[in-house]
Design a protein around this ligand. Structure first.
Ligand code: GLY
Ligand code: MN
Ligand code: MN
Length: 414
């Protein structure tokens, strides 16, 4: 199945890309695929009724940040409205969405069985005794309702949040051909935006002007949003993680970190390039840049199924250590504390759901993004690429953004 997925995805990418190198817009995830996702989950939770509530997208549970919205519910339904409830009945291979706004849900959701949220109680009473166990991932109000009904009809309620989350995460980690096509499209548009930024970048312009050029490119390529707020950090702003002000004049003979990603139909990308603001790297900047690139390539060299994020990190870290760049380098601030990880899963969210300790497998999409942050001298360097893990290694979706220093200089001279 996994081999099939990777091969099919490769064939699809050949079809999607037009001859001039620009890509057409791939289709949205089809209702059929949403159904398959729900059925796959039902194979794991195969008795009773499974009840899953749509969480707030950005709830503040640990590990959830603005880059990590909770898209589990959307992944199953193609729709999200906080408080809506999805009911799965494995014995009937059936699913029903109970929505506060059923008409809107009917228009947008990737499923046809939609009912008013008010009907949930009636449904629960009617579905027994066909299903006398309720496996739930519900918040307070819905949970109380289900418990009340369960008591009335002598059904059992089992809290299944952990199992449900784990199974959805495992499904989300392996991208389908349709998901990969969307991520390829988002990456392709982002590569074009990087090229546009390389051609436009000049000292004296505002970081915001570069942001505008980038986001205009996303739009003209047919993308419908941002993966995260664009980061255009020149000089010392390049040492600030998640810098978003983008309002400073770009200084000469410095560097600018451009960390950007577009989105299309709910799928995103994440690509960073660091440019010499005057078009040529200074000797100092080039030396540091080459270490970061070498660290990235060291991790890339071992990227294939079976490898873990831990091993990728160690490979990159060894380069920084060998090159004696440990004081300001990746994963360490000047104070010695951790700065950011080497990479992460990408998908519906830029920091996507994933089991970070487990070996990587074909169909997973990750970034590798070593950085070097020289706070004292006021510049940052980050190189971030995005990869699909394949049967034999990887495919780099960010190939269209030059990362070799000579190539960047050449592009900037154009
Ligand atoms: N742009 C967010 C990240 O690189 O993880
Ligand atoms: Mn990233
Ligand atoms: Mn990024």
């Amino acid at each position: 199945m996994r081999r099939f997925t990777a091969l099919f995805a490769l064939a699809l990418s050949a079809l999607v890309y037009a001859q001039d190198g620009s890509s057409s817009i791939p289709p949205k995830i089809a209702p059929e695929e949403y159904r398959e996702r729900r059925e796959k989950l039902m194979e794991k939770l195969n008795d009773g009724v499974v009840l899953i509530e749509a969480d707030p997208l950005l709830a503040g549970a640990s590990g959830i940040d603005a880059n990590t919205p909770r898209f589990d519910y959307t992944y199953l339904t193609g729709y999200h409205r906080k408080g809506d409830v999805l009911a799965l009945i494995p014995s009937l291979k059936k699913s029903i969405l109970f929505s506060e706004e059923p008409e809107e849900a009917k228009r947008q959701a990737g499923m046809k069985d939609v009912m008013s949220r008010e009907k949930l109680e009636e449904f629960l009473k009617e579905i027994t005794p066909a299903a006398s166990v309720f496996h739930t991932r519900l918040r307070k109000e819905a949970k109380e309702l289900v418990e009340k009904v369960a008591e009335e009809i002598s059904a059992t309620v089992k809290s299944a949040g952990r199992v449900i989350n784990r199974e959805i995460t495992r499904m989300r980690m392996i991208k389908s051909p349709a998901e990969l096509a969307l991520m390829r499209k988002a990456s392709d548009a982002t590569n074009k935006a990087h090229l546009a930024a390389m051609k436009a970048c000049k000292p004296g312009m505002n970081e915001g002007e570069l942001q505008e050029i980038i986001e205009k490119t996303f739009k003209s390529e047919g993308c419908d949003g941002l993966s995260f707020p664009s980061i255009v950090g020149s000089g010392k702003n390049g040492t600030v993680l998640h810098y978003m002000k983008n309002n400073r004049e770009v200084p000469p003979n410095s560097l600018v970190v451009i960390d950007i990603g577009s989105s299309i139909y709910g799928y995103v990308t994440d690509i960073t390039r660091t440019l010499p603001t005057s078009g040529k790297f200074t000797q100092e900047h080039r030396a540091a840049y080459e270490v970061v690139l070498e660290a990235q390539k060291a991790a890339e060299a071992i990227l294939k199924p079976g490898v873990t994020f831990g091993r990728l990190e160690r490979a990159a870290r060894k380069v920084f250590q060998d090159r004696k760049r440990t004081d300001w380098s990746y994963a360490h601030t000047t104070a010695g504390g951790p700065r950011h990880g080497l990479g992460h899963f990408v998908g519906m969210a830029v920091h996507d759901s994933g089991e970070y300790g487990r070996p990587l497998a074909p169909g997973m999409v990750i970034t590798i993004e070593p950085g070097y942050y020289n706070v004292r001298d006021g510049y940052g360097i980050r190189i971030e690429d995005i990869y699909v893990v394949t049967e034999t290694g990887f495919e780099r979706l960010s190939d269209g953004s030059p990362r070799e220093p000579d190539e960047i200089e050449k592009m900037m001279a154009n």
